[in-house]
Design a protein around this ligand. Structure first.
Ligand SMILES: [Zn+2]
Ligand SMILES: [Zn+2]
Ligand SMILES: [Zn+2]
Length: 139
């Protein structure tokens, strides 16, 4: 997914990508990890430019609405990760906060087996743990 597609999708939802919002977005997309809004704010400030915390909140809210960000509730904090608009699951490292996308999926078929429960519209499945490089660091 490139910036043009993201821009298009946000535009359809009446969200205009200003220069400031674009800077936050690019940092968020490239990081491939999850952030709380405050963490993302710091991250952007260090690397790009000064942006308001409100800008970060607004962008994360808009991205979540159109399905380009997923919030995770971990230890009472909400972290967000960027998501391409293709069905996937996540592996989230609780130590370095990297997020890996898993595009392989059998969950829908598994649920379709038992039609008595109801009809599935969509599903979510995420894994939380420690990534390989964090595990190796320990030794
Ligand atoms: Zn995702
Ligand atoms: Zn890790
Ligand atoms: Zn799935």
């Amino acid at each position: 997914m490139d910036l043009k597609d993201i821009q298009q999708l946000l535009h359809e939802h009446k969200f205009r990508l200003t220069k400031e919002r674009e800077a936050v977005l690019m940092a968020f997309v490239d990081a491939r990890r999850m952030f709380t809004p405050a963490q993302l704010h710091d991250y952007v400030k260090e690397r790009y430019e000064r942006v308001g915390l409100t800008t970060v909140y607004r962008l994360l809210e808009a991205l979540t609405k159109v399905g380009l960000a997923t919030p995770f509730l971990i230890d009472g904090e909400i972290y967000y990760t960027f998501c391409p608009n293709q069905h996937h699951h996540h592996f989230v490292c609780l130590q370095c906060h990297q997020v890996k996308e898993l595009f392989q999926c059998n969950a829908q078929q598994a649920m379709d087996v038992d039609q008595k429960i109801g009809t599935v519209a969509y599903h979510k499945l995420d894994f939380f743990g420690r990534c390989r490089s964090c595990e190796e660091e320990k030794h």
